[in-house]
Write a protein that binds this ligand. Sequence first.
Ligand SMILES: [Zn+2]
Length: 1124
Amino acid sequence: MAEQEGSGLQVLLRTLQNSSDRASILAILQVLADLLSVGTDRRIRYMISKGGSEALLQTLVDTARTASPDYDILLPLFRLLTKVGLRDKKFGQKALELEALDVTLILARKNLSHSQNLLHCLWALRVFASSVTTGAMLGINGAMELLFKVIPPYTRKRTWMIRAATEVLAALLKSKSNSRRAVNRGYVTSLLRLHQDWHGHDTANAFVLIRRALLLCLKHIAALRSGREAFLAAQGMEILFSTTQNALDDRSLEPVISVALQVLRQCYPKSPLPLVAASSAYAFPARGSLPSEPPRVPAEEDFEDEGDEEEDKDSDSEDAKEEDDDLETDVSKLSGKPGLDRPEEELAQYEAMCLELSCSFEELEAKPRDDMNAEEAEHAAHHHIPAAASPKPQHLRKDQSSRGPEREDTVRTPLLGMVKRGRSTGQPASRKGPGMNPYQNAQSNGLGVDSSGNEILDILAFLREDTWDVDMTSCPRMRDSFSDSTGSRDTADVIDRLLQTHPQHAPFHDPRVYLAKARGTRSVADFQTMAFPDLWGHCPAPSPEPMLERKRGIQRIKIFEDIRRFIQSGDIINKVVFSLDEPWQNTATSCLRFSSKFESGNLRKAIQVREFEYDLLVNTDVNSTQYQQWFNFKVSGMRAAVPYRFNIINCEKPNSQFNYGMQPTMYSVKEALLGRPTWKRTGYEICYYKNHYRESTAVTGGASRKCYYTLTFAVTFPHSEDVCYLAYHYPYTYTALMTHLDILRKSVNPRKVYFRQEVLCQTLGGNPCPLVTITAMPESVSADHLEQFRQRPYHVLTARVHPGESNASWVMKGTLEFLVSSDPVARLLRENFIFKIIPMLNPDGVINGNHRCSLRGEDLNRQWLAPRPQLQPTIYHAKGLLYYLRSIGHSPVVFCDFHGHSQKKNVFVYGCSIKETLWQAEPAVGTSAVLEDVSYRTLPKILDKVAPAFTMSSCSFLVEKSRASTARVVVWREMGVPRSYTMESSYCGCNQGPYQGLQFGTRDLEEMGAMFCLGLLILELKSVSCSCQLLTRAAALLGAEDEALDHHLQRCAQTADEEGGRDAGAQAGLPTAAAQTDPGQTKEETLPSKVFSPLRGSFSGRCQRWSVPRRRARLGLKGLQGTQ
Ligand SMILES: [Zn+2]
């Protein structure tokens, strides 16, 4: 059938090509038209494959070349040609070869006054011009001149034909040579006139498509540098700007406005950033040769990017997909690589960092000291655990009576109350538009809001004098003969006075401790001032903060405001009001005052653009020319209730969560002194887009030039003459960490909690990098208890290798506070594990306001393969500590490095899997031969069930080549830790789960840190090595009334009786009777009474049947598969 059709069609086409009989030709054309008028594109493509295009083109040429062309043939022929040509990719080329271009142009010229014939010619030309080469040929043959004769000023006649002509012209101008010709012949001016004329007269918007096509012509010309110059010379910016201003709100003009904006953005003159140097304002004489900068982003040439306006709405492109060709496919590089990157003797030094293994704990023998009220201290800690705020679930209360007096069972476990439900979310206020002011109440009352008048006067005095700002918090360093410094005593006095009048209650924070710690912090720029929020402390926002709803068209409005600077410069001030590069004395009173010379501060320059608008430039990382993302600066001298616009104009990433609901954070000093010391999400009219700044050619040596992006946001400050801090994300400094660790250490009961802080190493900048060890003290100094203590497996957690990822520090803060708390889950964890925590792998970067790097301008999370003690000390010693743990048979069960993610939402992990990597890279390759422990999936699955912010769906277990030197991959491969992770927390918030639609607050991040710990406990419960004692106690805690659980525990006990007593118990050399003396095993008759062993794992064989089926549906654990 198909063959017959094929042969029939071929006969028709051959006849058409060879026949000179008018009737036959007309008949065949009719048949072909009928054939193509129904059915799908497949028919057309079939016809093309049988030589349809050539036959039609040949017929066209033959017919057109006769003395008086027959339009009865030509018109249906053109219609067919158009239809076929649109589907034939080589149509332009075929037309060129068969000389159909010339005849069509000739026909068009002959028919300038004959609309119908001309329209048909134009249709054909439009199809020809879809090939750039053919388009160029048409241009050479005068097609553009012809078209300009056809396109008149505004008229309501022959508009079908005019539209076709403008569209042909736009298609022709895609060719560079045509664009160049158009510039040379002055067509830019002609096009602008046509645009003005049509735009001005077409008030009914009846001819939007003609107007759009005219602008597309300009857009294509503007892709050429000479085109942009001609456009500027012809006052194109002014013309397009003014013609579009009155049409911005008209939806029917959307197609016109969007192209006009593209042209304006393209033609806005590009300029280098207003900075004296591309390198950082801070220099650090780093040891060794500095790393070369990574390769540049794609080049900008004469034909630059489309300049398309970024999508206004949230889109799929938010999650950039990982490149498959980055996946590691070399199996040898995916396999374990045991061995050392240093002499074995070197590992001995880490013994001193694991003193828990050699400690005799003699102090446990001593009587408790009088000055230590242990219980009190513990309760104090309990109050502050990050999860403490939420209600406890009913079911736990219910079974307290049956659980007896054991502490774990009676202490409420607030953390569990929040499992996958999150804290009480309340009713988030809706946030839209500029009317929103989160401080409305405070502002309406001004500072008179507080009832105690005297205090307010004090505050006003403080702020008026601005003294606290400059002097009071100045912080001379220890080395400047601190003891003699009256200035520092003043500082302490002032803090005391402030604390007397304004009590602050930031948990685990104390300004006096902070002051003491700040004196030890060393910065490259030798900061002398402390940031008030850091000193004073932060309390989490009282209610959750929803993502900002994006105002429609906000990006367009902001871009037009930027373009207006060029067109209407009347109100443009353009005055530098702050700069790190020039010694600065800003005396102007009519503008904001800026500062960033404090820890984690980052602002390089501020330029007042208009009265209430500022362009800001952030500093690159020290010893680098890039990584501008983190910002954190102080601003003062503001007026309340006035919207200020801030533009950070040297951002680098091509997209940002600021386009998808994220807001920056702000801390008001006046608010803090009024009892609300809180970093809050703030700002509206937020968007992020490519601007007109390009990297200076002086920097690139004339090579490709990097583009920059603007983050713009508006802020309405809560008070006049306040001092506010604005930051990319909730800041968390090194000094804050050291303060926190100090207070944590003092908060624990040293007889129960082993909390040890030591120095992993000194950083390049001379700051000690802390290492924290947390576990439970041994129950007693008996040999058994000490043995149990020393057999505890390790977990190793690290954070903040990337200084701009302060969210990672908040998660770590939650982890630390939870681990020392009296929460029963935390107790179980301490009693069964030893935690080694390096909470800040890059203190120098954090202190100096870097976003990504160390003081050498290196990404430290790309240095794990071969770190060197002089160049990357924290990485070198973190790796050394892991080597040491491995060498003594204590490789961590879990290694996790906490990070922040700027492009995605939620919290998720990256892990490592050979199989998944190979399968993803080459699905065809069988991976069944590869043996792999799949336990890496268990922890994320658990977190997905328990942690409200966590989602498995964003997790990935692929090993990328570009990540070969990250902590995750190196610890996995070189240390043989299957559960080696990077945990990423969004800067923004969640789009799933109970926190869907909310931005993260510090409380959520801290909760994630606590939930991670719960995940570690459940992971252990699912492990074959889990002791039945732990199972029993955890069961009581996690869901004891669950009968299924009891059932399984019983089965576990029976199994133990039947088999374990003979096997595992004997292997461990333990008398099974030891179980009966278990102090923790006395109350629950239904639970196993003979399976206890103080030795972890000694009954592992018995518990293998514990496969965690169906248990704890309430905890959302159903469906977890036992994976070992
Ligand atoms: Zn990171």
